[in-house]
Design a protein around this ligand. Structure first.
Ligand SMILES: [Zn+2]
Length: 158
């Protein structure tokens, strides 16, 4: 068991976060797209608008474990969400990561770049400081409102 603190400041004890969110054991920050093999949702712990996570419904570790139907659906989901981020929210740059050692449950980060992030630098080395800043300083009413609004717009479009 691990303890996480969600974007609203609430603590949750989780076994596998990916599985607990799928089963509704842990309330998430909102699903924007639900398909046969995947769900796409606002990140539970980091309050950055449109920071989306693609999670497999099955508990699996990495791309090597995806079945053919999952592989095909995955690329459709990723492309669809990426297009929606641009079309609905005007997001021009997105970083996409999958870290096999960050959790035992397959999930892909779709991390949007915003102008305010420039002071943390660019590229992969800027991501951790941006996330730490967001975790510590951005759980405000205003920003949580922006997170919810981005999520709802994406959901409506998708
Ligand atoms: Zn799992």
């Amino acid at each position: 068991m691990e303890t996480i603190i969600d974007i609203y400041g609430k603590k949750h004890k989780v076994g596998c976060l990916g599985c607990d969110l799928r089963k509704g054991k842990t309330p998430g920050a909102g699903v924007v797209l639900s398909t046969k093999h995947f769900e796409v949702e606002q990140d539970t712990e980091i309050p950055i608008p449109a920071f989306m996570i693609v999670v497999s419904r099955r508990h699996l570790k990495g791309f090597g474990d995806l079945t053919r139907p999952e592989q095909r659906e995955f690329i459709d989901v990723l492309a669809k969400v990426r297009k929606a981020m641009e079309k609905v929210l005007g997001i021009k740059v997105v970083y996409i990561f999958q870290n096999e050692d960050s959790s035992s449950h397959f999930h892909v980060w779709m991390f949007p770049r915003f102008k305010w992030m420039d002071k943390f630098g660019n590229k992969i080395e800027s991501v951790r400081p941006i996330m730490e800043y967001a975790r510590k300083k951005m759980k405000t009413k205003k920003i949580l409102g922006e997170v919810a609004s981005a999520r709802d717009k994406l959901k409506k479009y998708l």
